[in-house]
Design a protein around this ligand. Structure first.
Ligand code: NAP
Length: 523
């Protein structure tokens, strides 16, 4: 039995038989869901059907959702296919006219109600995230607040969608600009932020007057379905928020419908660059609007002038949150030669002092499991490649005995730009350190990537701060900061990290069309 030493949400050892002995009925929650995996979560928040046109569709094929920390089956969730995807798109389309005509104040009030219900149920929603994603409960609680903040923000932004009146060069004309909802938006999201990646899109879409169909990741559908239950209770009308979970086997077929159906006007995707390219190809056939939040490869540059202690604190936060599984996580550290050795030493000490592997439900855990074994294999591949080319393991470097999806936080030095971990996203708890000599060299390495989502640097030289902030080829820059996301800030990348921005005052534009109205014959 591979699962060892795991503990229940209350810190008690599991008293359950091995996971495979506890398969649940199709379309129903496993008995383990409420008894063990989630702790005190009200049953009404644990949904397993698809949510289409305001109704829960149960009783079809189902796929298992497992706790990545223990392997236990949490639930069996409806496995939707192309037909259900079409049904959901039609439901969203039919609901669109009334929702688009509702006043911005009415839409905002419902989004606000949805936000309030999230806050009322924040502990339960966080437990659902920890159970299906594995992240420490404190991080999951942080995600719920972050996630709810998008509903609150866009509830307010709904009323600030202003048009324009443009001075005309013809005396008998008036030129008006209206902003109108684009129509049905399909939303495809990853597992690393099972709640926030949905509300960051859906908040903006609903505020603008669009209706949505959400396809959550196979690993984490329960958070999306809990959001549907709360949307329903908040009074969001039937068909405005639809969710169609599906297994990885169905993802391509479902995705194709969501990106090609003529009733869909807009696609908003967060996930890997590779999948984003597939969806862009689908979207081209009917020329849909697209927003793409794709992969990153964030550089974290420590210049000789940096405050060493602050740089180490920022490095830990930026690298190891969510066990290194965030798109804005640092993927490569570039450290100037004068400060390099001191940084390596302090970073390794801080890792030992601050990082604790365990079940996300256990008090004190900072490092939960990776999402699945494929993720563990990728980090192993990157470490093996680096070591075979001369990198040194300063800390970690192998799987952890806690369970098969757990990996030790790892620090590698003597990394060069030819190594895989310096060339592509690892998406795990691996910190590779590259030593550099000059600012120009650091910028050249940082900008050599074909993606550009986030970038960080530590420096106390004001002229250098401006030079580097302006020259880094990324969508978001942290200067002496390791975490930069917040609801009021525009989130998004350049190059192959994507198209468009989410959150902030700009996020709602992704769901609005500009219509020019020429009012003539006025003399
Ligand atoms: P992924 O494999 O691209 O999956 C993301 C979503 O796309 C999942 O719902 C997945 O379904 C679905 N999907 C996969 N293949 C599809 C297809 N052919 N058609 C339609 N849908 C399809 O990404 P991931 O590995 O889960 O997520 C990690 C990636 O997301 C990283 O690269 C990370 O940097 C990126 N990310 C970016 C941001 C950002 O804001 N820029 C935020 C978070 C994550 P299944 O789950 O069923 O496979």
């Amino acid at each position: 039995m591979a699962w060892r030493g795991f503990r229940g949400p209350l810190g008690l050892p599991w008293l359950l038989p091995p996971p495979r002995a506890r398969a649940a009925l199709p379309g129903r929650l496993s008995s383990s869901c409420s008894q063990a995996g989630l702790g005190p979560v009200p049953p009404w928040l644990l949904r397993s059907g698809a949510f289409v046109g305001g109704r829960w569709l149960e009783g079809q094929a189902a796929f298992p959702v497992r706790d990545p920390a223990t392997g236990l089956e949490l639930s069996r969730v409806a496995d939707c296919g192309a037909a259900q995807a079409q049904e959901a798109v039609r439901a969203a389309y039919e609901a669109g006219a009334a929702w688009g005509r509702a006043s911005a104040k009415e839409r905002g009030a419902l989004l606000r109600k949805w936000h309030d219900l999230m806050i009322e149920n924040k502990d339960s929603l966080a437990r659902i995230i920890t159970a299906e994603n594995g992240k420490p409960l404190k991080e999951a609680q942080g995600e719920i607040l972050y996630s709810a903040s998008f509903l609150e923000w866009f509830a307010e932004e709904a009323r600030r969608v202003y048009g324009d009146i443009i001075p005309s060069s013809a005396k008998d004309r008036r030129i008006l600009v209206l902003k109108q909802p684009v129509g049905v938006a399909t939303i495809i999201t990853p597992w690393n932020f099972p709640s926030a990646m949905i509300t960051r899109k859906v908040g903006a879409a609903l505020a603008a007057g669009c209706t949505v169909v959400v396809k959550p990741a196979e690993d984490t559908p329960l958070s999306a379905l809990a959001l549907a239950e709360l949307a329903n209770r908040a009074g969001i009308p039937a068909g405005v928020y639809n969710v169609i979970p599906c297994s990885r086997q169905q993802a391509a077929a479902v995705g194709e419908v969501l990106c090609t159906d003529p009733l869909v006007s807009k696609i908003s995707f967060t996930g890997s660059t590779a999948t984003g390219k597939i969806l862009l190809r689908h979207a081209a056939g009917t020329v849909k609007r697209v927003s793409m939040e794709l992969g990153g490869h964030a550089p974290f540059i420590v210049f000789d002038s940096a405050d060493l202690d602050k740089a180490v604190t920022g490095a830990l936060m930026s690298k190891y949150r969510n066990s290194g599984q965030t798109c804005v996580c640092t993927n490569r550290f570039l450290v100037q030669k004068g400060i390099h050795d001191a940084f390596v030493e302090k970073f390794a000490e801080a890792m030992k002092r601050e990082l604790f592997i365990g079940n996300g439900f256990d008090e004190g855990t900072t490092q939960g499991p990776l999402i699945n074994e494929k993720a563990v294999e990728k980090i192993e591949k990157h470490i093996h490649d680096a070591v075979s080319q001369g990198a040194s393991i300063i800390a970690g470097g192998k799987r952890h005995s806690y369970g098969k999806n757990f990996f030790e936080p790892t620090l590698l030095s003597n990394v060069t730009t030819s190594m895989l971990c310096a060339q592509e996203e690892t998406f795990g708890p691996l910190a590779p350190l590259i030593k550099f000599d000059t600012e120009e060299e650091a910028l050249a390495i940082a900008n050599s990537a074909n993606v550009g989502l986030a970038g960080y640097f530590y420096s106390q030289d004001p002229a250098q701060i401006w030079r580097v902030a302006e020259q880094l080829e990324v969508g978001m820059v942290g200067i002496n900061e390791g975490i930069v996301s917040a609801v009021e800030c525009p989130f998004g990348g350049v190059k192959q990290s994507g198209l468009g921005r989410e959150g902030s005052k700009y996020g709602i534009d992704e769901y609005l069309e500009i219509k020019y109205v020429c009012f003539g014959g006025l003399q």
